[in-house]
Structure formats: C-alpha cells, structure tokens
Design a binder for this molecule. Structure first.
Ligand SMILES: [Zn+2]
Ligand SMILES: [Zn+2]
Ligand SMILES: [Zn+2]
Ligand SMILES: [Zn+2]
Ligand SMILES: [Zn+2]
Ligand SMILES: [Zn+2]
Length: 361
C-alpha cells in the first residue's frame, strides 16, 4: 500500500514587548510576566523567546517549530519522534511510503532492497510470479519463452546462470552446470567406478568385468534404447548381450549408455540407475515388473545421492521424490516404503526372488 505522510511547520514570529499596549502578559513556561525584550505568541500563549522549549530535547527552539497536541518541537526532534521509520534504513519517512506485512518503507528502499526481483530480468515483481526449486522468482511471462537449463531448471540469464550452451541434440545447459559436465569417456569411466564402489558399500555388488560404457548424445540414445518418443527423462540405457553355444550361455556382456555432457552429480545419478539395471540382469528374473525394476533403479540413485549430500544431490533427491511418473516416481516411492519397513537386505532379496512387490507396497 502506498501512503503519503503529512506534517507541517510554522515560523516563529518574534514580537517586541513595547508593542503590547501595557497589558501584563505571562510566559507560559516560567509563569513570570514578560516586560522587556522580545517574546513570542503561539496559539494564544506567550513565551519569553528563550523559554520556547522543545518538548523532546528541552532546548530552545529558534526558526521554525512543529506543533503537536499543544507541545512544540524542533523539526528533527518532531520527525524522529512522530514520523514512521523505514524498516529498511531506519530513518524517518517523509512523503511517500509503502506498507507491507505491517512494515513501513520509503518507496525507494522498498523498490531497491525489499521488493522481489525477477531472477531473469532483475525488474521488480508485482503480483503473480513463479519460483524455481532454488528460490529464484521469475515473472510469469518468461516461462516458456526464456530457455531453461535442462539440469538445474533455472531460467537462463547471464546474471543467474552465466549464460548457457546448446548441445547439438538441442539440450540447453547453463554455464554453472556445464562446468562439471561429463563429456569425456575417461572421466565418465572413473565416475562410473566411483558409483559402483559406492553401491558396493550398500551391498549392491555388480560383477564389473564385462560392462562397457558409452557416452552418447540424445539422438544415439534414442536409437539404442529404441525410444523414438521425445521422452524427456531419457538419460541412460542399460542392455545385455549373451553369447550362446548349443543353447548354453557362454558369455555375458553388458552395455551402459549415458548421455554425454550432463553435470557430474546428474551423471552419477544416472550411472547408479543403469548399474542397478545391470545388477538386476545379473540377479533378477527377466520378467520382473517394470515398476519394481525401475523403482529399484531410482532407489539405487537415491542411495548414492544421499551419500553425496550436497545442494545438487538434495535437489536431485527432491526430483526423485516428486517425480509424478507412474512407473519411475511411483516405483521409487513404493521401493522406499518397502525398504523403510523391511530394510535393504529384504529389498535386494525381493529383487532376487520375486517379480513384483508383495501385498501392501
Ligand atoms: Zn519565561
Ligand atoms: Zn528538540
Ligand atoms: Zn528507507
Ligand atoms: Zn522478469
Ligand atoms: Zn543448470
Ligand atoms: Zn531404468
């Protein structure tokens, strides 16, 4: 709410005692008669000029005064006593002020320091806006018109994300996410081994000998996963290849395909998911239900992210938990519920021995 503060001042007019036609006049302050020298008349009261005293500081008022409820004040004493103070700069407010949440601000202080600013265009946000996971607020009008980072979901701007890069397959990644992007196979291999080690500490042991890692772009990933649709969550794929002789499997090989150029925490999350698929190829019935299978892979990502425990991993856990997908999101929540009640060993045994969730999950 915008309000204008009003106040007033009066100038002291000095009179001379000779002008008073012989009447006895009494100083309102000292109650003695005023006989010689200069005096003042204010609101039908008279004062020796040195007895016209500020109610606040008790010093003589010269020049102009501010009246209030029959008392008189210096300008600064009046303002510091009676004017509202700005909740930001703590100074008295003259002229326009702004009230919000029971706090009062200079209009300028409000605009410059308190008002929500759009994280994209830096202009003041009035009314409706949207907010990302990180607490950045944006004008609605940018939503859908300004590109968003595929990985942190911040709207791209130089100030907020340092700009962006667009990959050949169309993915938009902000500069901050790009700084940890995994685009080289050596780094990818090393991180995959880290993830495998971290899962082994959770008793998810994967025989690693025949796993081959491929870093691919989105087009290649769609081809190998035979997923032609624009499935936005397509980030990795795991498959196997068994060599048979006389109907007997003599060699098992596994391939993991992961999108190149993802930030490292994101890459690790996907790697844990795909490694859990490999674990299932090595341990589970091939007809295991999709929801138990994918939910368990998402849960493996969750176990890994919990160990990383930084702001990015918390964000990714939030994504797993909030995922509305009927297989991935729902499967994750059901596995989480199962583990919370029965423990991790029971979950891994479930994957080894059953094809679906037991009753109640
Ligand atoms: Zn007096
Ligand atoms: Zn004063
Ligand atoms: Zn202020
Ligand atoms: Zn804006
Ligand atoms: Zn980003
Ligand atoms: Zn999967």
């Amino acid at each position: 709410m915008r309000i204008i503060a009003v106040f007033s001042s009066f100038l002291i007019i000095l009179l001379s005692s000779s002008s008073h036609f012989g009447q006895t006049i009494i100083c309102d302050f000292c109650k003695k008669s005023i006989e010689t020298g200069q005096y003042l008349q204010v609101d039908q009261k008279y004062f020796h000029s040195e007895h016209f005293i500020c109610e606040k500081c008790k010093k003589q008022i010269k020049g102009s005064y501010y009246p209030k409820d029959g008392k008189y004040y210096h300008e600064n004493c009046y303002k510091s006593t009676f004017l509202k103070k700005c909740s930001h700069c703590k100074k008295p407010i003259e002229g326009e002020y702004f009230v919000i949440n029971n706090k009062t601000y200079h209009q300028n202080c409000y605009d410059n320091y308190i008002a929500d600013k759009c994280a994209h265009c830096n202009k003041i946000i009035k009314g409706e806006h949207f907010e990302d996971y990180w607490g950045n607020k944006y004008h609605y009008e940018h939503y859908g018109t300004v590109p968003m980072c595929e990985y942190c979901q911040k709207l791209i701007s130089f100030k907020l994300t340092g700009g962006s890069t667009i990959y050949d397959d169309g993915r938009v990644i902000c500069k901050h996410c790009k700084s940890s992007a995994v685009s080289n196979l050596n780094k990818a291999q090393r991180l995959l081994e880290d993830v495998m080690f971290s899962l082994s500490l959770q008793n998810i042991l994967i025989k690693e000998k025949e796993i081959e890692l491929h870093l691919v772009d989105l087009k290649q990933l769609r081809i190998v996963s035979k997923n032609g649709s624009k499935h936005s969550n397509l980030r990795g794929y795991a498959t196997y290849h068994y060599t048979k002789e006389n109907d007997v499997i003599v060699k098992k090989e596994f391939d993991i395909y992961i999108l190149s150029g993802m930030p490292s925490s994101y890459y690790k999350m996907v790697a844990a998911h795909e490694l859990m698929h490999i674990w299932q190829y090595q341990n589970s019935d091939e007809n295991i239900s999709k929801i138990l299978s994918e939910g368990s892979c998402e849960y493996a990502s969750y176990l890994l992210l919990r160990k990383i425990n930084n702001s990015n991993s918390k964000y990714l856990i939030w994504q797993l938990e909030e995922n509305k997908d009927a297989v991935y999101g729902e499967g994750f929540r059901r596995v989480k519920k199962f583990v919370e009640k029965n423990g991790k060993t029971a979950w891994l045994n479930l994957l080894k021995n059953e094809k679906d969730f037991p009753q109640g999950y």
